[in-house]
Design a protein around this ligand. Structure first.
Ligand code: HC1
Length: 588
């Protein structure tokens, strides 16, 4: 261990740790801009410079390893002067008015400048040329605000394996964006928004749907319904200073009522519906391969993550036939709201306006896809990220923390615990196997202490594998008796690519694969509150597992409202009508 003194606070850290690691242990906050927990330090922004006893020049805390006996000072005049100069230079180029920026009040550059006592830029000179890239449905880039920290570049390449953004040019003329200064729509960007989630300023953001939602809420001729994705309830509280992992389902519902939605529903309802359709699809594909001897269309790969679908279309078109034909729960909800619900309530589908609250920016893109118009127009009209909903709650003057708990409306607000865990990596797999196991054997999925849990698919490991031996298969599914179902789960697109390569090379053979675009699954989506670290992902995951455990029903097939929906409308999973409304197919 190395003994290090940070501003006279002594700490012991592992050899190889950086000054920044030691300062965190010492409880000393050193500002950073380019640093990312998940990546090797870059040392590019120089905001974290500190003075080290015996060293000639200032050192970047993020990239300098400690040595035993090191003495560090973080607030000397020399340090303050250097940091102020660095931030002042950034502000001198930064082409954005804080007062009108969407990040005002939650901008990292603004916060650091304020901490240094810099309330205006003092260095005269030209501002960065502002180019507004609104070419995609989900992401908005403003090059004038970019501080070239390269966080977006690293997440796009390193975590997602996409590489849509590059640094180009030198010095003042450096730009970060698609090659040759092109717009995002011209390159293979999957619109996952992981870049927006790590951008410290307002240079990359989600395309806002806030105005269109307010317009709909103000329109007396519209019946405006809202659906909330599983992962929102585990993260929204962070926007109101609650600790990560605070379950805020009830407060979220109450806030949506105060915002004047006509009905508050749950994407969880259609997550349960998805399991009925996708579970049936899995069983039929297994039967076709194992009993009918047809060319196996296996593994079945989940289809609910639109960033993943985008990635498959652009990078792995060969995998498209394996992907489930089920629409995502978001889109199933839109289709059900404008058909079954409209009929149930006697409302013209054309006057139903569906708003989604999603942790994912790619859901904006998904809602705009031509395949998602089974009602004649878009099935989902507007998609708010978690952050945008928080803005609307602030705009509405609502004191979120003191709201009482509301409950979702029926019938599209009824759900089981299986649907809650969709938001966690491994959750769709676990939810599906709970239902499939019970359909096949008549008995609940075996788990530790009789709990309905599939531990090997839980947690943040990038690729997870599990096997499930079927015992007690009955009736139509007796052919599965004694079979070992082999499954895999990947989250983050680099991991997805690795699983697909293993499948294509024959190195791995699975029956069922879950792929989620974002690290951690939707709890780590590109539209979630900032920051999202692994510790925060884990806290949000625990919240969703707790939500699941707190529900009386934990298998999608047990959802009474879904049962009624089949009885009154779809007849059975995989029916003609369900194929018309709930399924689609993707082409490259
Ligand atoms: Fe997701 Fe899904 S879980 S994709 O991660 O299948 O976004 O939360 O809503 O549609 O249900 C996201 C989350 C979400 C869908 C569901």
């Amino acid at each position: 261990m190395c003994k290090v003194s940070i501003d006279c606070v002594e700490v012991k850290v592992e050899p190889g740790s950086t000054i920044l690691d030691a300062s965190k242990k010492a409880g000393v906050v050193i500002p950073t801009l380019c640093n990312m927990e998940t990546h090797e330090a870059l040392g590019a922004c120089r905001v974290c410079v500190v003075e080290v006893e015996g060293a000639k020049s200032l050192m970047a805390a993020c990239s300098t390893p400690v040595w035993d006996g090191m003495k560090v000072r973080t607030t000397t005049r020399r340090v303050r002067t250097a940091r102020t100069m660095v931030v002042d230079l950034l502000l001198s180029e930064h082409n954005g008015e804080c007062g009108t920026c969407f990040r005002n009040g939650e901008c990292e550059l603004q916060a650091i400048a304020a901490g240094l006592g810099l309330d205006r830029d003092t260095i005269p000179g030209p501002k960065l040329p502002a180019h507004l890239d609104t070419s995609t449905a989900a992401i908005r880039r403003d090059t004038g605000k970019c501080i070239k920290c390269r966080r977006c570049v690293r997440v796009c390449h390193g975590i997602q394996g996409v590489g849509a953004l590059f640094p180009q040019g030198r010095g003042f003329d450096t730009t970060i964006g698609p090659a040759f200064g092109a717009d995002l729509s011209t390159v293979a960007c999957v619109q996952c928004g992981q870049c927006a989630a790590v951008c410290p300023v307002g240079a990359i953001m989600e395309t806002s749907h806030i105005d269109r939602v307010w317009d709909a809420l103000d329109n007396p001729d519209l019946h405006v319904v809202v659906q909330t994705a599983p992962a929102i309830r585990a993260a929204l509280g962070e926007c109101f200073d609650m600790p990560p992992g605070t379950q805020v389902t009830g407060k979220m519902v109450e806030a949506l009522r105060r915002l004047n939605f006509d009905a508050v529903f749950d994407t969880d309802f259609t997550a349960d519906l998805t399991i009925m359709e996708e579970g049936t699809e899995l069983l039929l594909r297994l039967k076709s391969a194992l009993v009918d001897g047809k060319t196996p269309k296996l593994p079945l790969i989940t289809s609910c993550s639109p960033g993943w679908i985008n990635f498959a279309e652009q990078y792995f078109p060969r995998s498209l036939p394996l992907i489930s034909s089920c629409k995502s729960p978001q889109q199933m909800f839109g289709a059900v709201a404008k058909s079954y619900y409209a009929e149930l309530k006697g409302i013209d589908p054309a006057s139903i306006y569906v708003v989604s609250v999603m942790p994912c920016t790619a859901k904006k893109y998904e809602a705009a896809r031509p395949e998602m118009q089974s009602s004649g127009g878009p099935d989902v009209d507007a998609v708010l990220t978690t952050r945008e909903l928080a803005h609307m709650i602030h705009q509405g003057g609502i004191t979120f923390s003191s709201l009482k708990d509301g409950t979702m409306d029926e019938p599209l607000g009824i759900s089981t615990g299986a649907a809650d865990i969709f938001g966690n990596t491994g959750g769709v797999m676990e939810a599906a196997l709970r239902t499939v196991h019970e359909i096949v054997t008549g008995a609940p999925l075996p788990g530790p202490q009789g709990r309905l849990e599939l531990q090997p698919v839980r947690g943040l490991e990038g690729i997870k594998e599990a096997t499930l031996r079927v015992e007690g298969a009955k009736g139509d599914w007796a052919f599965l008796e004694g079979k070992e179902l082999s499954v895999a789960v990947a989250h983050g697109l680099s991991n997805a690519a690795e699983v697909l390569k293993r499948i294509e090379s024959g190195e791995a053979s699975y029956h069922f694969v879950e792929i989620m675009c974002c690290p951690g699954g939707c709890i780590g989506g590109g539209g979630q509150p900032r920051p999202t670290t692994d510790a925060i992902r884990e806290a949000r995951m625990r919240a969703l597992y707790a939500e699941d455990e707190g529900k009386p029903l934990r298998g999608s097939h047990m959802n009474p409202a879904v049962q009624v929906l089949y009885k009154e409308y779809f007849q059975e999973p995989g029916s003609k009508r369900s194929h018309e409304l709930l399924h689609t197919h993707y082409t490259a």
